[in-house]
Ligand binder design. Structure first.
Ligand SMILES: NC(=O)c1ccc[n+]([C@@H]2O[C@H](COP(=O)([O-])OP(=O)(O)OC[C@H]3O[C@@H](n4cnc5c(N)ncnc54)[C@H](OP(=O)(O)O)[C@@H]3O)[C@@H](O)[C@H]2O)c1
Length: 282
């Protein structure tokens, strides 16, 4: 069998980490960025898969601007839902497996305890809705899939919360950060390594892949500012203090079961991951 893995959205934050992790794990990683392949173009997606004949496709292409999706819901659907459908159809054509990267935002956050892989999707914003439809298309069109839900990504090579907070902390004395939303911060490097391991298992299905441990945005920001040695004070504020176009889930912590049984290990704690990220990034 071919050991070739195509990574779509390869110039994005996860896409870059994914290509590196696949190469480190011995796969032949083929990075495909948006300029090379627009996932909304079904004919182009089918053509690329026919030409490249991958064993696996990892879809890291996505419309990720959660607030802008509220005013561009069709654009979000085109990329996140129909783009995933296009890849599922193309994988079906060539017998490739598909990893569809998804999000904790497919959940409302109302459950109050960690979300399990079996919990039904109930998104509360346009981005979450488009990602939930992406999952639906992949599940219904292609048996050999992995849906990998992850959350609160940070890492090199992309716009992310940790970098934004550190930039603000360099410019201001006080940085207000929301303290009533909980999630699982996740390092792209750890996530990518787990995906590279997961695709060896052929244990198809839905997975929650995040670093271990949960936090509020305030806790994550405080840890980042402290590790960076910046003097700024991080101030906890309620979500109601900020007015943003998209509603956010209040508690979108993801339960990793059964991932540790399938991989044989747990991902590191997010505090450990953050320290590793900042050791290189700072
Ligand atoms: N970031 C998070 O906190 C987070 C949390 C949970 C889940 N996720 C999921 O993780 C995955 C990776 O996210 P990320 O943070 O790496 O996002 P990212 O940095 O925004 O990368 C997404 C990439 O997809 C590309 N793209 C957009 N539209 C495309 C299209 N039509 N065809 C091909 N490529 C297209 C983007 O290119 P342009 O830059 O040119 O638009 C970008 O390079 C996504 O599925 C996302 O939903 C992310």
């Amino acid at each position: 069998m071919s050991e070739r893995v195509v990574v779509t959205g390869a110039a994005g934050m996860l896409g870059r980490a994914m290509v590196a992790a696949l190469s480190a794990a011995g796969w032949e990683a083929v990075p495909v960025d948006r300029a090379a392949l627009d996932v909304t173009d079904l004919a182009a997606v089918r053509g690329a898969c026919a030409e490249l004949k991958p064993a696996v496709v990892v879809n890291c292409a996505a419309y990720t601007d959660v607030d802008r999706a509220e005013s561009e819901p069709e654009r979000a659907m085109l990329v996140n839902a129909l783009g995933a459908r296009n890849l599922a159809l193309a994988c079906l054509d060539v017998g490739a497996d598909l990893v569809q990267v998804s999000t904790d935002y497919v959940f409302s956050g109302q459950k109050g305890t960690p979300y399990e892989i079996w919990d039904p999707c109930d998104p509360i914003n346009a981005y979450g809705k488009s990602k939930a439809w992406g999952e639906h298309y992949v599940r219904s069109l292609l048996n050999r899939h992995y849906i990998v839900r992850t959350s609160w990504l940070f890492g090199p090579g992309g716009r992310n919360f940790v970098d934004t907070i550190l930039q603000l902390a360099r410019e201001r004395e006080v940085v207000p950060v929301v303290d009533d939303q909980w999630g699982c911060p996740t390092f792209t490097e750890d996530l990518a390594r787990a995906i590279a391991d997961l695709i060896r298992t052929r244990a198809y299905g839905t997975y929650h892949v995040t670093n271990t441990g949960s936090a509020t945005w305030y806790e994550l920001a405080s840890a980042a500012v402290r590790l960076a040695g910046l003097p700024a004070r991080v101030e906890p504020v309620p979500t109601s203090a900020l007015s943003r176009p998209a509603a956010r889930p209040r508690y979108s912590v993801l339960d990793p079961f059964p991932l540790p049984h399938v991989l044989g290990y747990r991902l590191p704690h997010w505090r450990d991951a953050l320290a590793r990220h900042l050791r290189v990034a700072l």
